[in-house]
Design a protein around this ligand. Structure first.
Ligand SMILES: Cc1cc2nc3c(=O)[nH]c(=O)nc-3n(C[C@H](O)[C@H](O)[C@H](O)COP(=O)(O)OP(=O)(O)OC[C@H]3O[C@@H](n4cnc5c(N)ncnc54)[C@H](O)[C@@H]3O)c2cc1C
Length: 391
């Protein structure tokens, strides 16, 4: 009897998993890819939208049927996943049963979790660059600033792409140009982590702090924001200090979406998975990408990044096929990956290594170079070309 595999979420992890599943499952097995809109933006391009180097339209991923031949695309909002009944409530799109499931629903932004953030965003004294419209609006806000202080704030951990807040600081400084180099506008980063990208180890974090210092960007670690006063334009921190700003560029708090939390698989909502196979604790259920809590040998979670979501999507597809009894490759997630840190002026640094290495990730930061900037642009071109296929 033919089987049905449901893949929830058509972002980086879900698209990869669905396409790979089609390669390894028999033709009469059904693969259903569910997404609320089938329209997204590539995370890595958002920094270029913030810098004004891309329009939102240029970063849009609209996966087409032609790019996913043999995969059923179902537009629907996943409201609840029932692991006992093996059904997915897709709201108005109906209920979907499955024999195996890949959850790739990403992470949600929850601006309500930091008191005062919604008001600051509404009053346009703050902006956020974690959505394409937010990044485009923040670009304009930076453009309008003539003096004062831009405060780049990581509101809470975990958050997607550990390099992104620091890239944002570099690119905002780059956009400000003489207003920044001449001292009219300062740029400072505040984050709850002691150093940037702490999972990559202190050498990488210190190197990034030094790179920011060399450009005149301030770094303030160990600062957990407890509230924002939009009128006073200040951020209050857990240590009782207040920092003022003229423009706040924020990484909003992240949360697992309600559908992910409805599985009850993880106490905090993020889905714990086997680091090698991406199997969740329920039989036949796999999870990839930002919705997971994949713990490294040092007990810290794997960073939320597309490079990992993509590799995990392929592994999960093979593991699903094996779970269903087919002879698929026994691919394992290795934890290897790289990310780029855009500095502006056509330069990027590159952090790369193995995040699953015991006892702690082995990651190094390569010196900024135009070649890494070009590699990142190539990643963007490849991804857009792969999914935005014309019918
Ligand atoms: C500013 C920024 C910069 C970044 N830069 C990089 C980078 O340089 N390198 C890198 O590797 N990563 C980067 N990332 C991170 C990367 O974008 C994510 O880690 C990656 O997209 C995660 O893939 P995913 O498949 O888990 O989730 P997503 O790609 O977010 O996909 C989730 C999908 O699920 C759908 N969905 C969610 N909930 C529902 C629901 N209830 N019903 C139906 N559909 C639903 C959404 O529509 C979406 O299509 C960046 C992210 C940001 C925000």
């Amino acid at each position: 009897m033919s089987k049905t595999v449901a893949v929830l979420g058509a972002g980086v992890g879900g698209l990869t998993a669905a396409a790979e599943l089609r390669k390894v499952l028999p033709a009469d097995d059904r693969i259903v890819l569910v997404d609320r809109s089938f329209t997204g933006s590539l995370g890595l391009s958002l920094l270029w939208v913030l810098r004004g180097r891309r329009t939102p339209e240029q970063t849009t991923v609209r996966p087409t049927a032609a790019a996913l031949l043999g995969v059923d695309l179902l537009t629907g909002d996943v409201e609840r996943i029932d692991l006992q009944a093996r059904t997915i409530d897709c709201g108005q799109a109906g209920t979907l049963g499955y024999d195996a499931l890949v959850i790739a629903l990403g992470a949600s932004l929850d601006t309500s979790r930091l008191p005062g953030l919604i008001q600051a965003l509404d009053a346009r004294v703050a902006g956020q660059f974690y959505s394409v419209d937010g990044a485009a609006a923040l670009h304009r806000q930076v453009e309008e600033l003539t003096s004062g202080r831009v405060l780049v704030l990581v509101a809470a951990v975990p958050f997607k792409c550990p390099a992104a807040p620091f890239e944002a600081a570099f690119l905002i400084a780059d956009q400000l140009g003489e207003k920044f180099t001449g001292g009219a506008v300062r740029v400072d980063v505040f984050t709850p982590d002691p150093l940037p990208m702490p999972v990559a180890g202190p050498a990488v974090g210190t190197a990034l702090v030094d790179m920011m210092a060399a450009q005149g960007i301030g770094f303030h670690g160990g600062k957990s924001a407890t509230g924002i006063d939009a009128q006073a334009r200040s951020v209050e921190f857990a240590d009782g200090t207040l920092e003022s700003f003229d423009l706040l560029a924020v990484v909003p708090p992240h949360a697992p979406g309600a559908a992910v939390a409805s599985t009850g698989l993880g106490p905090g909502g993020w889905i714990p998975v086997d680091p090698a196979t991406l199997a969740a604790t329920s039989p036949g259920v796999f999870a990839v990408g930002d919705s997971t809590a994949l713990l490294l040998p040092n007990g810290k979670p794997l960073p939320k990044a597309a490079v990992f979501a993509e590799a995990e999507g392929e592994v999960a597809a093979h593991q699903v096929a094996r779970y269903l009894g087919y002879d698929a490759p026994e691919t394992r997630f290795t934890g290897e990956g790289a990310c780029y840190v855009e500095l502006g002026g056509g330069l990027a640094a590159k952090g790369e290594g193995n995040f699953l290495a015991p006892p702690a990730p082995q990651v190094s930061l390569r010196e900024p170079s135009p070649a890494y900037h070009q590699e990142k642009q190539q990643q963007e071109r490849d991804w857009l070309a792969r999914w935005n296929v014309r019918s």
